[in-house]
Design a protein around this ligand. Structure first.
Ligand code: FAD
Length: 422
């Protein structure tokens, strides 16, 4: 996809970013202005080609650049699901017109995106989705319900999957839309989670509309487009990326109108929901538990998982360049589940009862308790661990496919538990 320059040493890149920031970082600019400047210089997604808005560097460069921004005290480039998933999907399957119109506002943080895939009756069996899109001239009329839609209340666009043809087998009648959320016919209802936050939403679509110009990859080709989106989601999770992706872009992300210097100060080191080896190793040292044999054993296990995750991500990149890597992305996602759950448990083991304290009195602002209550999600989001194991079994190990009696049947003929479809 992008021109890469793997040979470029990171030390040079680190120095180059710092030199650019010495010249350009001005805390008195608005976040809006700052992100436009950052995107113009190609720092939001430096791994993209120059024509695509990047700098033609390696995929690893994105993490190096963000770390250099934080090290300099500058507000990092925008994050979010648009950058993680929508941009690479549109770059892969969109027309030049769609790429030119939809990708730049992602790179300069002007729009926020969410993922509108899962439905009450379609999660693991995503291809069983029933949200209906009906063509009406040069637009589509869409009715249905989505659920688990992270950040939908803060987003401007959704990566929307809808069924455009009920007369063909289920994988063949799906389409992928770049869908505007701010319109009549769209109701976004936040759901409060056990973490105390309301990241998820239900999204109700009642004759909402989407221009044909925003159909990505062609009608009925949405399953292939979806594989690209899921690949980038799992690769991002496998590389340890935060699902929420701070800092949040778009007008509803709440950042654009702020002074960039203030926003940078608010970028607390504990802005993440999941933890890794460095967080827990530091905690063990600070709490004088590094010599405890049980803690050491789990720390060693966590370190091993982290290294395996790193090497697996490198292998995934090599396979992706050869046009493969789906099973490797699934292994990366499985490894990350282990890391997230073990790090959360170990943090609590080290803290003991102190780990239960919330609010201002909590150790590190309560980040360990937060990680603990979020950790069960790791084996679910991005496709459950069971589904990742199925993918590895079928696509990598060559084991027999799961029986799918409805695979070649017209979707409208398939028996479903939901009595009524939109
Ligand atoms: C933190 C978080 C964020 C999320 N964000 C989004 C989002 O932004 N957008 C979005 O669209 N979705 C999102 N999701 C939804 C997520 O993708 C789904 O929850 C997931 O795909 C599972 O679907 P389900 O919940 O319907 O479970 P189900 O599919 O009903 O599965 C229930 C259980 O059955 C198992 N199972 C199902 N089928 C099989 C099988 N064939 N073989 C073996 N086991 C099986 C599953 O592994 C699971 O344990 C998010 C989920 C979480 C936890």
């Amino acid at each position: 996809m992008a021109e890469v320059d793997e040979a470029r040493p990171h030390a040079d890149l680190w120095a180059e970013v710092h030199a650019w920031l010495d010249e350009s970082w001005d805390p008195d600019r608005s976040v809006d202005e700052w992100w436009k400047l950052v995107a113009n210089a190609g720092w939001t997604a430096p791994h993209l080609s120059v024509e695509q808005g990047g700098r033609g560097l390696s995929r690893r460069s994105q993490a190096v650049v963000r770390a250099a921004f934080a090290d300099h005290g500058a507000l990092r480039p925008p994050g979010g699901l648009g950058l993680l998933m929508a941009a690479p999907t549109i770059l892969t399957h969109g027309t030049p017109e769609q790429v030119g119109r939809l990708v730049p506002p992602i790179l300069d943080g002007q729009v926020g995106w969410c993922q509108l895939f899962s439905e009450p009756g379609a999660g693991s069996d995503l291809a069983g989705l029933t949200t209906r899109a009906t063509r009406d001239g040069d637009r589509w009329v869409i009715t249905g319900q989505k659920v688990w839609s992270s950040m939908a209340a803060q987003s401007d666009y959704g990566m929307l999957l809808a069924r455009t043809d009920f007369d063909v087998p289920k994988h063949k009648g799906i389409s992928w839309f770049a869908f505007r959320l701010d319109q009549p016919g769209v109701t976004v209802r936040p759901l409060r989670e056990m973490t105390g936050h309301a990241v998820f939403n239900e999204v109700f679509l009642d004759e909402a509309v989407c221009d044909d110009a925003d159909l990505i990859g062609g009608a009925g080709n949405g399953w292939a487009v979806t594989q690209t989106t899921l690949h980038f989601e799992r690769t991002g999770i496998g590389a340890g990326g935060s699902h929420a992706g701070f800092p949040e872009p778009g007008p509803k992300g709440g950042m654009l109108g702020r002074r960039a210097g203030d926003a940078a100060l608010d970028e607390a080191p504990n802005d993440k929901l999941t933890l890794g080896y460095p967080d827990v190793a530091r905690l063990a040292r600070e709490r004088c538990r590094s010599d405890d044999p049980v803690v050491r054993q789990d720390l060693a296990r966590l370190y091993a998982y982290s290294q395996l995750g790193l090497w697996n991500a490198q292998r995934g990149k090599a396979e992706a360049r050869r046009g493969g890597g789906q099973a490797v992305a699934s292994i990366g996602k499985l490894t990350q589940t282990r890391i997230v759950k073990l790090a959360a448990k170990l943090g609590m083991d080290i803290l003991g009862p102190d780990g239960l304290v919330a609010g201002a009195q909590a150790v590190d602002g309560g980040v360990f308790a937060e990680a603990m209550v979020f950790s069960p999600a790791a084996s679910i989001y991005g496709g459950t661990d069971e589904i990742q194991r199925n993918i590895v079994a079928e696509r990598s190990l060559g084991l027999p496919r799961e029986p799918t009696p409805d695979r070649d049947v017209a979707f409208g003929e398939v028996l479903r538990s939901r009595a009524k479809m939109p």
